[in-house]
Design a protein around this ligand. Sequence first.
Ligand code: GGG
Length: 361
Amino acid sequence: MSRTFRIAVVGGDGIGPEVTEAAIRAVDAAASRSNARFEWNHFPWGTDWYFEHGRMAPADYLDQLAPFDAILLGAVGHPKVQDHITLNGLLLPIRRRFDQCVCLRPAYLYPGVNSPLSGKAPGSIDMLIFRENVEGEYANVGGRVYQAKIDEVAVQTSVFTRRGCERIIRAAFEATKQPRRSKAAGPRKVTSVTKSNAQGYGMVLWDEVFADVAKDYPHIETDSLLVDRAVMEFVRRPETFDVVVASNLFGDILTDLSAIVVGSMGLAASGNIDPTRKSLSMFEPVHGSAPDITGQGIANPLAAVLSAAMMLEHLEVPEAAAALHSAVATLLASDGPRTPDLGGTGTTTQVADAIVHLIAK
Ligand code: GGG
C-alpha cells in the first residue's frame, strides 16, 4: 500500500531555497523506488516576506504548519535584518510550538572528505550530538528597559527545567541502543557538556539530572565536561566522543565546530524532533543562509539531502533514507562533483544531479 506524506517546505533565505530543492529532488528519486509518495507544499516565508509584510511569516503560520507530516526548512537570516528578528520571527517559535525538544546533529567523517585536523581516518570521527532545543539559553525570556539611555538594562534569562533536562538527556542515552555508523568497537559513551562551575543553578540542575538518568543505563560510560574543555577536546581528540548532550546554546556552537572538524558545514544535517510524535518535526541543514554565496549556484546541497534523509527515517521510510545516505557516501568517496566548500568546482545542480543519478541506479 502506498503512503503519501505531506511536507511543508520553508526554503527561507539565501541559499535555503537552492539546497532545499536539491533535497526534494533526492527524496522524490528515492520515493519512486519505495511505496512512499511526497506532496511538497511550499511556503514563501522568510526575509523577503518580512520586507513585504513587516513580519517573517503570517500571524497564523504555526497553525498553517500544524497539519503537515514534517517540515523541511532551508535557512533563515539576511544581512539587512538583525538576526534576532529573523530567527525569533520564524525558526525558534516552530521548535517551541511543536515541542521539538530534541535537536539531533550527527557529525561523521566520510571516506573521501578531509578533516582540517591531520591524521584523521575516515569514520574515526563519529559523533551524535543532542542539543536541547526549546529552553535553556534560547527560552526568549527577558526584557529591556530605558532603551537607548545611559541607564539601559537588558536581562536575558536561561530556563532549565527538570523535565526539559531529563528528556534531552534520556534521548541521548537511548541513542546508544542504535548501532554506530562507524565500525568503532568499544563501550558506548554519553558526554554531557555544561558550564556548571559558573552557571550554578540551571546547569547544576542539568548535572544532577544527568547523574540520575545515567543510573538507568549502568553499562553506558559517561563523562561530564565543562564547555571550554569540550571545545578543546573536539579539536584535540574528536574520536573519543560518541553521543554528546548539551544545552541549546552550547549544542548550537559545538555543532558548528563538529561540522568543520568533519570537513564542512555543507555536510551538517539536523532534525528538530518531538520524540513523543504528538507534533510534527522539522529537518534543516545546520548551516545558515550564507549570503556570501547566495545565487551563485555553488552551495553544497548535501547537508539538506542528509537532513531529508533524517526526515525519511523519522517518517519511517527506511529504504528511502538508506538510499539517500548511500548516495551521499558513494558520491563523497568518488571523484564525482563536489562544491567549493569541499575543495571542488562543482555546482549545486551538478551535485544534486549526481545524487539523483546514484539513487536511480
Ligand atoms: N538552516 C538553519 C538556519 O538557518 N540556521 C541559522 C541559525 O542561526 N540557527 C540558529 C539555531 O539553529 O538555533
